[in-house]
Each structure stands twice: as C-alpha cells, then as structure tokens.
Design a protein around this ligand. Structure first.
Ligand SMILES: [Zn+2]
Ligand SMILES: [Zn+2]
Length: 257
C-alpha cells in the first residue's frame, strides 16, 4: 500500500473526474493522499476534500511563488483542523528569480523571512514541515538548522536532491521522491537515492506536475505513485512490496496518519 505524500488534489485540473481519479489511485495501491498548501485561494477546497474523504489530508502553507498572500492567510483557522497534518509547502525557490542582482537579493530575503515565519508556526503547533527547495539547497539547509526545525522535522520535497541535504536525515527530515526519478536525465537523483536512509524515504507525485515516464507531458495523478515506487524498487534492488511497506510506514510516522 502506498501514500501519495504530495498531491495537489485541489487543482482545478482534477475537478472533472475526481472520483474516477481516486478509484484509479486505489486500484494502484494508493490508500492515502496529502494535499500540500501552496496557493491560499484553493485551501478551502482542500479542506472540503479532506472533510468529504477519510483518506485525504491537507497542510497549510505558502509556497515561495505565492508569498504575496502570506499576510492574509489565517494559519490558525486551518492548522487546528483535525485533518491538517503539516505546515507547507514552504521553503526557498531561486529557480525563477528575476531582475537585477539587488532585486534578486531582496527577493531571497523575503523568501527567507516567510519561510522562517512558517517554521515558527510549525513549531508552535507541533506539526511537521513540507519543505519545497529548488536551486536553494545551501540556504535552505542553513535556515532549517538555524531555526531548529528538527524539533518538528518534515519532508524535503526537492527537484535537485542535493547531497548536501542528506545530513538532514539525522535532524528528523525525510526525502520525498517523485516522478523526476523516472526521467531520462535524472542521473543526479538516481545517484543520490541509494544514499538516503530507507527510514527517511517518502513517495509523492506532486501532481498535476512532474508526471513520471511514460506519461510525461500528460496530467500527473496519484495512481502514478506506483510508477515512482517501481522505479525506486528497480534502482535499489528492493521488491516493490517492501518499498511500499517502508515508505507507508515512514509517512504514517511523520504525519501521524
Ligand atoms: Zn513544491
Ligand atoms: Zn507541490
């Protein structure tokens, strides 16, 4: 059995076939789903889904691309909900930084400030973090350590699984592996994967984005969690059933679901 630990089920691209989508996921061993908070505009939809379906959980947070909404979001209203199991996705993303060096610098500072604020919220409410890291590994690591984020731990969901992040496994952090592992150009991630302790491994799709091979270019969906599990099984030489069992155990432990 599998848990899709990062799936944007509140995305409108899932509206038309939602129940079929869940049925396809279940037919492919996916039993639970976590909707990370990203854009507050769809957060109420995530809450409604978590209330309607036992197997759906959500997190509250502001993605670095949606920082403008940070001040308006009433975290306490969501974080005390019984199905709210984490804070995030929050973090640092330097991939799309634009403008002059000065502008980039101030944008980085702003991202860090909002990331720190969300770590503080997670610590106050004792919820794990869902951390988004893209092209910002060293700053993210430094900040997590500075802010004592190990008190709550969490998952690092990252595009460029950087070796330097591996030591965070000793600080209560897990590594969310998604469809990127199936890409032909995923050599870096494939090389890092065996170095991640098995007890720190999680599986996610990040749908509707980052669709695994052989469906690249199509909408990603939770049923494809099994394709990620298959690929991890192949790389590590461990039976898929064992990958399913251990990643589900890890997710259950981290998110208390
Ligand atoms: Zn993300
Ligand atoms: Zn995401």
């Amino acid at each position: 059995m599998l848990i899709d630990t990062h799936i944007h089920l509140d995305d409108s691209r899932y509206d038309n076939d939602f129940d079929n989508l869940l049925n396809r996921a279940k037919a492919n061993n996916v039993i639970k789903f976590i909707i990370p908070g990203a854009d507050p505009k769809t957060l109420d939809k995530a809450v409604a889904l978590a209330e309607k379906y036992d197997e759906i959980y959500f997190a509250v947070g502001i993605h670095p691309y949606d920082m403008d909404a940070f001040d308006e979001l009433d975290f306490t209203r969501y974080i005390t909900h019984p199905k709210c199991i984490a804070v995030g996705e929050c973090g640092l993303d330097y991939y799309r930084l634009e403008g002059s060096d000065e502008e980039k610098k101030s944008e980085k500072l702003r991202q860090k400030k909002i990331f720190r604020a969300q770590i503080a919220i997670a610590k106050t409410y004792k919820k794990p973090l869902i951390v988004h890291i893209r092209d910002a590994s060293s700053d993210s690591k430094e900040l997590l350590l500075e802010e004592d984020a190990s008190k709550v731990g969490g998952v690092l969901h990252c595009y460029n699984a950087d070796e330097q992040l591996l030591s965070l496994s000793k600080q209560g952090f897990y590594f969310g592996i998604g469809g990127v592992i199936t890409f032909k150009n995923a050599r870096k991630l494939i090389n890092v994967l065996p170095k991640i302790p098995l007890e720190n491994l999680l599986i996610e799709t990040d749908g509707p984005y980052l669709t695994p091979h052989p469906h690249r270019g199509e909408r990603n969906e939770p049923a494809y969690t099994i394709l990620v599990a298959d690929k991890i099984s192949e790389i590590l030489g461990i039976e898929r059933e064992d990958i399913e069992a251990l990643t589900t155990r890890n997710a259950t432990k981290l998110f208390k679901i």
